[in-house]
Design a protein around this ligand. Sequence first.
Ligand SMILES: Nc1nc2c(ncn2[C@@H]2O[C@H](COP(=O)(O)OP(=O)(O)OP(=O)(O)O)[C@@H](O)[C@H]2O)c(=O)[nH]1
Ligand SMILES: Nc1nc2c(ncn2[C@@H]2O[C@H](COP(=O)(O)OP(=O)(O)OP(=O)(O)O)[C@@H](O)[C@H]2O)c(=O)[nH]1
Ligand SMILES: [Mg+2]
Ligand SMILES: [Mg+2]
Lengths: 293, 277
Amino acid sequence: QLSDRLNSVVKYLKGQGKIKESNIEEALREVRISLLEADVNYEVVKQFVEDVKKKALGQEVIGSLTPAQQFIKIVYDELVEIMGGETSLPMISVSPPAVIMLVGLQGSGKTTTAAKLGIYLKKKHKRTPLLVPLDVRRPAAIEQLKVLGNQARLSVYDTDPSMNPVEIAEKSKEYALMRGYDTVIFDTAGRLHIDEELMKELEEIEKVSDPAEVLLVADAMTGQDAVNIAREFDQRLNLTGVILTKVDGDTRGGAALSIKAVTGKPIKFIGTGEKLEDIDLFHPDRIASRILD
Amino acid sequence: LLRGEKISPEIYEELEAILITADFGVKTTQKLLSRVRVEAKERGISDPAALKNLLKEKILEILKSVPPHSLPDVKPLVIMVVGVNGTGKTTSIGKLGKYFIDQGKRVVFAAGDTFRAAAIEQLEIWAERVGARIVKHQEGSDAAAVFYDAIESAIHRGDDVVIGDTAGRLHTKVNLMDELRKVKRVSSRAMEGAPHEIWLVIDAVTGQNALRQAQEFNKTLGLTGIILTKLDGTAKGGIVVAIADELKIPILYVGVGEGIGDLKPFSPEEFVEGLFE
Ligand SMILES: Nc1nc2c(ncn2[C@@H]2O[C@H](COP(=O)(O)OP(=O)(O)OP(=O)(O)O)[C@@H](O)[C@H]2O)c(=O)[nH]1
Ligand SMILES: Nc1nc2c(ncn2[C@@H]2O[C@H](COP(=O)(O)OP(=O)(O)OP(=O)(O)O)[C@@H](O)[C@H]2O)c(=O)[nH]1
Ligand SMILES: [Mg+2]
Ligand SMILES: [Mg+2]
């Protein structure tokens, strides 16, 4: 527990008036270790610790908190500030159909999230979503989204697997417009950020469909590689946000900080289970407590 | 993490960065660097290239400290595949099927993921692709019953290998972990000693949580091997070194793509070289 570790190195701060460089190095070291153990990226941790140091130096040691508590509060506040921000979905201002494109690595939870998001938008925002399977490669991917759509009572576009995803994207958007769906959710095939051909395919899908949202679906237990993945997807597409999945496990979730730090894009939702209702708005304070645990 | 004194702090920082960014984790990184420091001093090594080689040596030492693994000579050989959601279990089973069939073996898949949408269909397509038989029940049925059925039919029909798929599940879900225990128990009723192999599939992109996964699945079932998938990405999967060190479970195969042939036996040397690329 970071608080226990900090307690042992920071207790000497009490009675010292100000937090100074000389009495902070051990504490910073403990924070660094804690964040690395939480899967925050190495370079992100370096920068973060620098920022915490700046914020902490010169602060009066508050009487009501122990020095460790005060130090943790500085770290916690910094985490919340970095990961916070605007998380709304701007679709209301987009002329229908608003396209939401879900992208990400293999197995991150896109197909499941597409159905969850559809239900969420229908219930909370009275939208009429059309789920569109764009994964024509993975065995039974189209079937998977159809089954989920059925369970969710959402319409699923009848994707023809012999067509290519760019064509399907275009056709399904026209279909949605014709049939009066105000929202289209694209479930794309999982792919590596270093797969040139497949990343290009995503760029083309984005180009023909002009999405209101391009959301990176990322696994909360992702390790150091989170920065490489996020950076590449963000550079090649106009990411508007991130959905962090499998938050219901016991991973500390440092990938959340890494992704936010490297892309600046807001984490909008979290996946909290395998059921279709298991999607929540992202709260930076909750993830911050987990990362610091 | 480590306040180096004899050797330049810059080289240590570089080694530390390599290990941490490869997902070795703080504890294993500290362990390896302190061993490097001690041995570098004893052997008078201070050149950066030599230090890197020393580090590779230390990593290999850990990987090779795991007892060697060989498939038991039983018929049918029953393999149970487990892991958290989305790691590549079903795909790896397809690839493993191909691997055994190419050796002239008769393979049957048990469609033990009776929960997730289109999981059975996904495995069916793989069975067709590789030429394996598949045993499946209705979606929502009992996974243990599917395993039992598959093993019994394999004995009856003289198949060589049964590979059972299970639904992805987080190790924190007690009832789901209990379900796996039941699948294991019921399998042993279909055939004494089954399942002979229980393999955990880990996604190379996973951070420190992979160690937690290995600990919990091992505690619940007793793992006999690990498959590390998606090594064709940029993640290094360094957490397997911590798993080898702490749990002594052998890494058997690595997944290097989504295609039928994208499965290779794990090579510690190749893995270590890959860390430094
Ligand atoms: N526990 C948990 N499981 C999840 C969550 N989101 C998705 N899953 C599970 O993760 C696994 C992978 O989900 P998919 O939706 O198939 O992932 P995907 O990104 O579409 O996979 P590809 O299309 O192959 O890239 C499934 O077993 C899902 O049930 C979540 O928030 N929590
Ligand atoms: N690039 C790459 N992708 C892989 C590899 N292994 C599996 N995948 C992909 O990862 C995704 C998930 O694979 P699955 O086999 O469905 O994973 P799973 O563990 O069975 O998932 P659940 O049953 O939902 O828990 C699919 O898109 C696979 O094609 C690999 O070695 N490399
Ligand atoms: Mg999918
Ligand atoms: Mg599966």
